[in-house]
Design a protein around this ligand. Structure first.
Ligand code: C2O
Length: 575
C-alpha cells in the first residue's frame, strides 16, 4: 500500500481543462412504454440529468438527436429503446470470463453461475415467522453452533449446486467483476457497486444466502449475525470467525488484524494511530456517514445507475467509507487483498456476510432516522431495477429493488443495540479560521485536472453565503469532487478536509474532516470516472465560517494516489 506522502505542498499544475464534456442540456426521458417527455430542467439533486448520465452512449444519442435539430416523433420512437431504463437482470448465458477489460490480459477467474432457462418472478412470501439477526459479539453458544453447522452443510453441497458456498461466493463476484453485459446496452457491463444499487442488491444477496442456510438446518427463524463495527463493543473481528476449527474460519486475512486489533473504519493500508484514536475516528466516521453527510437521498444511496450508464457513477457515504475500509482491513496484506479486500473473492470470506449484514442494518437505521423526510427514491428506474438470484430451493428468481425497502416485510429484524455515533458530532479544532483568506493555495479554475500523487490544496468559492436556517433546511450545501479517474483494479483512498489548520491527516474526529473517497478493488477492471458529494451545511456551521466566500479544501491521498486524477471541484445546493 502506498504510504502517506509526508509533504503537504501545494500543487503548481497550471493546466486548465474542462473535465466533463457537457452534452446538450436538452434531454429526453423516455420509458420503455415509449412515453416520453422533453426536459431541460434541473432535477432534484441540483445537477442536470446529463450530469448523471455518464459519457459514452448518451453523448452519442444526444449528438444524434442534436443533428436532427428538432425532436421529431420519428426519431424519438426509433431512439427510445436506448434511453434510460432500469438496470435489468442479466442474461446468465452471456456471462463473460477470460479477459481484463482494461488491460486485455487474461483473467484467471471464472465466476459465472449455472445457467437455468426457467426464471420465476419472485414474490415476497407472507411472513409467518420473523428471522432474528443478532449482533455477532452477543450471539449465544447455541446460535454459533447452529450457524457453523449451516455453513458446513452449505460447503458440503455438490459443487454445481447454486446454493453451494463457492457458488454463492461467485454470485458476488459475477455482479461485481464486470462479467455481465447490461441488457439493452451490451457495450456496457453491470456493476452493482458505487451507485444506488449498492443497498438493494446486497440486501437481496444476504436474503437468499440466509434462507439457504436456514433451510439447510431446517430453521425458519435463522438470521445472519451482524458485525456491529459501528459500536465500540463490536470494533474487533468477532470471535466466532477466528476459531480455526470452525466453518466460519478463513485463513486469507490480514493476520495483524486478528483480535484484539481494533477495526479501523478509516483504514487505508496502514494503521498509524493508537486504539483510542481509532475508536474516536470511527465514531466520527459513522456520524458523518449516517447523519452529517446524508441529507439528500443520493448522498446516502449513491448516484443513479441505469441501463446505459457507465459503471461506478458515484458511491454513497457508507459504501465508500467504513464499508470499503473494512473490506481492505480484513483481507490479506497483499496488493490484491484476498479474500475480503477484492470484490471477486470477497464472498469466499464467511465474515463478509456479517460485514454486509451490518451495512444492511445501517440502511434500516438510516431510514428510521429520517422521520418524515423522503426515505427512498421514487424513480421507477430504481424501483423497477431487477436482479437474478437462486433461492433456497435452487430456483432462479427475478427480484426487484421495490421489494427491498422494508426489512420487516422481507421477514427479518435486527437485535437492538446502542448507536453511540449518533452523539458523536465532531467539534472544530479552529473556529472562525482565517485560513481560507490567508492561504496561498490556488483557486479551482487553475489546477484541474490534477493527479493526487501529493496533497492538493485548493480554494473553492461558495456561490451562496450566510444562508438562513430555512435555506439550509431546504437545500444542502454540497462539495462535489468530480471527474475522479481511477483504475478500479487498484485500492485507492483519499480524505477531504475543509479549513484544516492542524494538518494532521490521521486525526479525523474534528469538524474539519469532510469525508473520503475509496474503492474496493476488483480483478477485472476499467478506467472509471466517478464523483463524490460531501455535505457542508453542518460542517460550515460547526467551523463558524458560514459568512465566508471561500473554503480551503485539502485532498489528502492515503492509498494509490498515483492512480487518481481529480477532474474538478465545485459547490452546489441540492434538496
Ligand atoms: Cu459487494 Cu462489500 O461488497
Amino acid at each position: 500500500m502506498a504510504a502517506l506522502p509526508l509533504s503537504w505542498s501545494f500543487t503548481t499544475t497550471t493546466t486548465s481543462a474542462p473535465f466533463v464534456t457537457r452534452p446538450s442540456r436538452m434531454l429526453i426521458d423516455a420509458k420503455r412504454s415509449d412515453r416520453f417527455q422533453v426536459s431541460c430542467e434541473q432535477n432534484q439533486t441540483g445537477s442536470t440529468r446529463s450530469d448523471e448520465i455518464s459519457h459514452g452512449k448518451f453523448d452519442r444519442r444526444n449528438v444524434l438527436l442534436g443533428m436532427g435539430g428538432l425532436f421529431s416523433a420519428a426519431n424519438l420512437v426509433s431512439a427510445s429503446s436506448t434511453f434510460a431504463t432500469p438496470l435489468e437482470a442479466p442474461d446468465f448465458t452471456k456471462c463473460s470470463k477470460g479477459t481484463n477489460l482494461n488491460t486485455g490480459q487474461p483473467l484467471d477467474v471464472d465466476c459465472c453461475p449455472p445457467v437455468t432457462t426457467e426464471i420465476i418472478d419472485y414474490k415476497l412470501p407472507p411472513v409467518t415467522k420473523m428471522r432474528f439477526r443478532p449482533a455477532a459479539h452477543l450471539a449465544t453458544k447455541e446460535y454459533v453452533a447452529k450457524y457453523e453447522k449451516a455453513v458446513e452443510l452449505m460447503k458440503a453441497l455438490p459443487a454445481d449446486d447454486p446454493r453451494n458456498f463457492m457458488q454463492q461466493a461467485n454470485v458476488h463476484c459475477a455482479y461485481c467483476n464486470l462479467t455481465y453485459d447490461q441488457v439493452g446496452d451490451s457495450d456496457l457491463k453491470i456493476q452493482v457497486h458505487n451507485s444506488w444499487h449498492f443497498y438493494p442488491w446486497h440486501r437481496w444477496y444476504l436474503y437468499f444466502y440466509e434462507r439457504i442456510l436456514g433451510k439447510l438446518i431446517d430453521d425458519p427463524t435463522f438470521g445472519l449475525p451482524f458485525w456491529n463495527w459501528d459500536n465500540p463493543k463490536g470494533m474487533v473481528m468477532p470471535a466466532m470467525f477466528v476459531n480455526t476449527s470452525s466453518s466460519l474460519f478463513n485463513a486469507r486475512r490480514n493476520q495483524i488484524h486478528l483480535p484484539p486489533a481494533a477495526t479501523d473504519l478509516a483504514y487505508f493500508g496502514t494503521q498509524s494511530v493508537d486504539t483510542t484514536q481509532i475508536i474516536s475516528n470511527n465514531l466520527t466516521v459513522m456520524y458523518n456517514e449516517m447523519v452529517r453527510n446524508v441529507q439528500t437521498l443520493e448522498d446516502f444511496y449513491g448516484a443513479k445507475y441505469n441501463t446505459g450508464t457507465q459503471p461506478d457513477p458515484g458511491p454513497g457515504t457508507v459504501e465508500r467509507g467504513s464499508h470499503t475500509a473494512l473490506h481492505v482491513w480484513v483481507g490479506e496484506a497483499t496488493s490484491t487483498g484476498e479474500d475480503m479486500g477484492n470484490f471477486y473473492s470477497a464472498g469466499r470470506e464467511p465474515l463478509f456476510f456479517s460485514h454486509h449484514t451490518n451495512v444492511d442494518r445501517l440502511w434500516t437505521i438510516w431510514r428510521d432516522l429520517r422521520g418524515s423526510k423522503a426515505k427512498d427514491f421514487v424513480d421507477s428506474d430504481w424501483l423497477n431495477a431487477s436482479y437474478l438470484f437462486y433461492d433456497e430451493n435452487a430456483q432462479l428468481v427475478r427480484v426487484k429493488v421495490a421489494d427491498t425497502l422494508d426489512n420487516i416485510k422481507m421477514g427479518y429484524e435486527f437485535q437492538k443495540v446502542d448507536t453511540p455515533w449518533l452523539k458523536s458530532r465532531p467539534v472544530a479544532r479552529a473556529k472562525k479560521s482565517k485560513i481560507a483568506s490567508t492561504t496561498a493555495a490556488p483557486s479551482v479554475d487553475s489546477i484541474f485536472p490534477v493527479k493526487l500523487d501529493k496533497v492538493v490544496k485548493v480554494l473553492v468559492p461558495r456561490p451562496k453565503k450566510s444562508r438562513s436556517k430555512k435555506d439550509k433546511e431546504n437545500e444542502e450545501e454540497l462539495l462535489v469532487i468530480e471527474g475522479i479517474e481511477v483504475d478500479t483494479a487498484i485500492f485507492v483512498k483519499f480524505d477531504v478536509f475543509v479549513n484544516d489548520e492542524d494538518d494532521d491527516p490521521n486525526t479525523l474526529d474534528k469538524a474539519e474532516y469532510a469525508g473520503c473517497f475509496s474503492l474496493v478493488p476488483h480483478k477485472n477492471s476499467i478506467l472509471s470516472k466517478t464523483k463524490i458529494r460531501l455535505g457542508l451545511s453542518e460542517l460550515l456551521e460547526d467551523l463558524d465560517v458560514e459568512d465566508d466566500e471561500n473554503i480551503l479544501v485539502s485532498l489528502v491521498p492515503k492509498a494509490g494516489g498515483d492512480n487518481v486524477t481529480i477532474g474538478g471541484i465545485k459547490i452546489i445546493y441540492s434538496s
